[in-house]
Design a binder for this molecule. Sequence first.
Ligand SMILES: *Cc1c(COP(=O)(O)O)cnc(C)c1O
Length: 364
Amino acid sequence: MMKNIQVTRSSMPEFQEYIDEIKELWDSHWLTNMGVKHIELEERLLEYLGTKNISLFTNGHLALECIIAALDLKGEVITTPFTFASTTHAIVRNGLTPVFCDINPEDYTIDVTKIEELITEKTSAIIPVHVYGNICDVEEIERIAKKHNLKVIYDAAHTFGVKVNGVGIANFGDASMFSFHATKVFNTIEGGAVTFNDESLKDKLIELKNFGITGPESVEYVAGNAKMNEFQAAMGICNLRHVDNEIKKRSIVVEKYNSRLGNINGIKICKLQDGVDSNYAYYPIVFDNYKYNRDEIFEKLKNEGIISRKYFYPLTNSFDCYKDSFKVNETPVATYISERVLTLPLYADLSLEDVDRICDIILN
Ligand SMILES: *Cc1c(COP(=O)(O)O)cnc(C)c1O
């Protein structure tokens, strides 16, 4: 029997490395609320991401909800539906209206030529998504945002550690949200962060993730609880030591996939972007007039114990919970890609033999 292959496999430090990291928590009995591990991880992440301001959260989704609240956005937010549920839900749960812009068919990020026609007097921000490790056209988005006085928050859940011409991806827009979920390139089990430009947001973010408490006897906002705990932070400290090596190993897996699938009629792979140091977060391929369609390949792989993912399908603007809220087929390119894309298994320890096995099933 061949072994099953999951779509991803969480990176973990050696057992003893984690135990050593959490040992002092048995002395301090300080388990959450910005303890020593939390402080240390923030410092290390600032250095790793090459940015000035960061705030940690218990997950990426609540990080996004909190930065939207911190920037006090109103009305409409331009975003894309080719993303995980989190992006659209975070906008809606803040009482804002998502306005969906289509994606470009090259790298699946927001189509910057279609943003301006969606701006109205109610628009307060753009929340684009860096997809699969590909980055948005950050310069053009900045130009549009400046011209129309809009805030920009990137959903950077997929782009931990990515650099553009040597500059860390955390430095674009007003803020970026990173997810440290178990399935992401860098994980703190569950976890997330916001990086941001305006230093004065620091205290507000701390308050927003801690019930709106602003002092020992004062609560100034209605807010929830989204703090990262010490065990999560300790996992992050350990995983951060190894993340460069994990990304290197991912790149070797991606090269192998590219060598097998890069020149096949009807299969479109994602090219690396110029000037971008990728983190090789996902391996999406699009089946367009291939001898099998996406769903058939998904089933063929599943029958062999290999789990791939229809990511992102369905689009967020066609979720059941948003039924009748948005125009049908307002984003035709996103619809087209979402019906044809499949992300293949990818993680640092995926063996090249397993990549061959997966490719053989797709090709034969
Ligand atoms: C993972 C992810 C999120 C949410 O992050 P969590 O840490 O799981 O809450 C948001 N957006 C995108 C694009 C993601 O992939």
